[in-house]
Write a protein that binds this ligand. Structure first.
Ligand code: KIV
Length: 294
């Protein structure tokens, strides 16, 4: 079944209709294809790939070129979902020109239809410049992992009255400037509910409770592939890591015990020709014949 490509307008429309928005991350062609097939609305090529794909300890290490490389792979696998490229650390906070150029690379080279940036009111002028350049932008507030050193770690945000008020105002300013949706990460569910009810664009929660307009998870987390740590909000919807280990053990055992590959998984040479080969082989000096070829 081929559906139409989801647009940022469709994402906003879903909130108006009261329909939940289902989103996930992906980082490569094969996963993106599977995710797209399951009717996910939006696929984020998250900078979380720094950790789950590249093995860095946080998201600060992944570069623009690496993000573009993975975005290209995801775009090639997606027919329906909206593809959003996640702008990495320092790619949009130095100056507006660089920010617009880097955002444009996600669209032009990566094949994404939108970008995501982390930050609240302070990032609004940059977002404005991107939108002016016809680039669709998704916001991200709360626990913004590119600021972990400022926060002191992967800590829940918006826990004080002042911090909660700032989140609510940040969301309003992001809406005003024209983002089509906002990721709310690791904030109390009551604050996420206030934000969701106070803006017309969708909120996409991760660790922000049930009242957001949509949800996002890192695919390697929710499938139990990346298990280095488990935040409170994370639910495992599969245990693919275990399944992979089981499959690898079976493969190793079958090769050791001569079970794999069997005839069914091997190519056949015609028997009458094989007799000719055997006869030829009996009557030649293999070294001499091989030397003739060199
Ligand atoms: O990088 C990422 O995967 C993200 C999501 C967790 C929202 O930013």
């Amino acid at each position: 079944m081929s559906l139409q490509k989801v647009t940022s307008r469709d994402i906003i429309e879903k909130k108006k209709k009261g329909e939940k928005i289902i989103t996930l991350t992906s980082y490569d062609y094969s996963f993106a294809k599977i995710v797209d097939r399951s009717g996910i609305d939006l696929i984020l090529v998250g900078d979380s790939l720094s950790m789950v794909m590249l093995g860095y300890k946080n998201t600060l290490s992944v570069t623009m070129d690496e993000m573009i490389h993975h975005t290209k792979a995801v775009s090639r696998g997606v027919t329906n979902a909206l593809v959003v490229g996640d702008m990495p650390y320092l790619s949009y906070k130095i100056n507006k020109i660089e920010a617009v150029k880097n955002a444009g690379r996600f669209i032009q080279e990566g094949g994404a239809e939108a970008v995501k940036v982390e930050g609240g009111t302070e990032i609004c002028p940059t977002i404005k410049a991107m939108i002016k350049a016809d680039i669709q932008v998704m916001g991200h507030i709360g626990l913004t992992p590119q600021a972990i050193y400022q926060f002191g770690g992967f800590l829940v945000q918006g826990k004080t009255i002042e911090a909660a008020k700032k989140l609510i105002l940040d969301a309003k300013n992001l809406e005003e400037v024209g983002v089509f949706s906002i990721v709310l990460e690791s904030i109390p569910w009551q604050i996420a509910k206030i934000i969701t009810n106070s803006i017309d664009i969708p909120t996409i929660g991760i660790g922000a409770g049930p009242h957001c307009d949509g949800q996002i998870l890192v695919i390697h987390d929710m499938l139990g592939i990346f298990t280095d740590f488990k935040p409170k909000f994370l639910k495992y919807f599969g245990n693919i890591g275990e399944s992979i280990s089981q499959a690898l053990n079976d493969y190793r055992d079958e090769v050791i015990n001569g079970i794999y590959p069997d005839r069914e998984h091997s190519y056949e040479f015609p028997q009458q020709d094989l007799n000719k080969i055997n006869k030829w082989f009996e009557n030649i000096d293999i070294c001499e014949e091989a030397h003739k070829l060199s």
